[in-house]
Design a protein around this ligand. Structure first.
Ligand code: EPU
Length: 335
């Protein structure tokens, strides 16, 4: 366990903004978490940080930031078709995916190269290329911050939804997830290649977990910037969901609008397209702009401050609302 006071957060967020935390503690054993939390002044506000890949700091954090580094991937059960694995929160999500691919365990290959840590994955029910965490989720373990009681929540109890879960509502800032259990396949894989870019390249070929993972990695690398080159948090906004009458109105006015039907009354609209239509691709204010291959991603060209990024994001929101009467909602946590 390492406690640093007045700590720079630059290394701890993929937007690479240089704000400070009053206290930052790096914890590599769950046991140390209990020691630390029982000693600390519980009145201080607290934030658990995963990979810092979905957070925008716009000012100093006047509280305690816990960075969980606990590691481990354990195969805890198996039958003929499936394995149950328990993964510690501090594992990098992509390292875990690579481990699964190497072992020919199926279910997470479409989620290759998503940044961040395993413990953060349930919070917003990470998803990409037609698969969401909830599709392979079994349960997660954690600690209630106030009481230090341990808990285990099943998939149903986590209330997963598009980029959302109970950890963003009832349990917001109340828990620390310490490990996640997932069910992976070891035979009879149900490959999902519905996403356009996957289908185009893989249809008709003999599918393997490795081939899908490699293709997802290729697509992500071509569409999304590497935070080492440009600070970013992936999609800054969620794809907005509109009802059928709004959808019909939009389709009438903008026949090219890309959408995805969720159910008979709800449609998901492409936020990237909305932003693109508002001509943000070539816009840059101070050190902030959108990524040329995917305008849903806001990037830090160098030394942008968190406030500059927020200001730019608000400009996008305002313009999209002005043109389409759609309120974009941030996917990234803004502090
Ligand atoms: N588009 C444009 N202009 C562009 C780029 C894209 O108009 O310059 C339009 C195109 O019509 C394209 C559509 O946007 O077909 C969708 O783009 P993309 O396939 O990249 O998917 P997305 O809906 O924008 C979502 C997730 C991503 C995830 C991809 C793939 C959200 C908020 N984002 O993006 O997740 O990787 O699908 O499944 O749901 C993340 O959450 O950080 C993230 C990167």
């Amino acid at each position: 366990m390492e406690v640093v006071r007045n700590c720079s957060l630059k290394k701890f967020n993929t937007f690479n903004v240089d704000e400070k935390a009053k206290v930052l503690v790096e914890i590599d054993k769950v046991g140390d978490l209990f020691t630390f939390l029982s000693k600390e002044n519980q009145k201080d506000k607290m934030l658990v940080l995963g990979g810092g890949s979905n957070i925008l700091f716009t000012k100093s954090y006047e509280g305690i930031i816990i960075s969980l580094k606990n590691k481990g991937i354990e195969l805890i059960d198996e039958d003929e078709n499936n394995v149950l694995v328990e993964v510690s929160s501090g594992e990098s999500w992509n390292d875990f995916v690579l481990w699964a691919v190497e072992n020919n365990f199926g279910g997470v290959e479409n989620l290759s190269l998503i940044p961040g840590n395993v413990g953060a994955a349930p919070i917003q029910n990470i998803g990409a290329y037609g698969v969401e965490l909830k599709d392979i989720f079994h349960s997660c373990k954690g600690i209630m911050i106030d009481s230090l009681n341990e808990f285990e929540l099943t998939k149903e109890e986590c209330e997963f939804n598009y980029r959302s879960s109970i950890f963003k509502s009832t349990y917001k800032n109340k828990t620390i997830i310490t490990s996640v259990k997932l069910i992976l396949t070891k035979s009879k894989h149900n490959f999902n290649i519905e996403y356009k870019g996957l289908k185009e390249n893989l249809l008709g070929k003999e599918l393997t977990i490795k081939k899908i993972s490699d293709q997802v990695i290729r697509i992500r690398k071509s569409k999304l910037p590497d935070p080492k080159s440009y600070g970013n948090c992936g999609s800054f906004f969620k794809n907005p969901i509109v009802n059928i009458s709004k959808h019909e109105y939009l389709l009438n006015k903008f026949p090219d609008i890309p959408f995805f039907k969720i159910d008979n009354n709800n449609y998901k609209i492409s936020a990237a397209w909305l932003i693109d239509q508002c001509n943000f691709k070539n816009k840059k204010v101070k050190d902030v702009g959108v990524y040329s291959n995917q305008p849903l991603v806001i990037i830090n060209h160098g030394n942008a401050k968190g406030k500059d990024i927020l200001h730019f994001a608000n400009e996008i929101k305002g313009t999209v609302y002005g043109n389409f009467e759609i309120e974009l909602e941030e996917e990234v946590l803004i502090l």
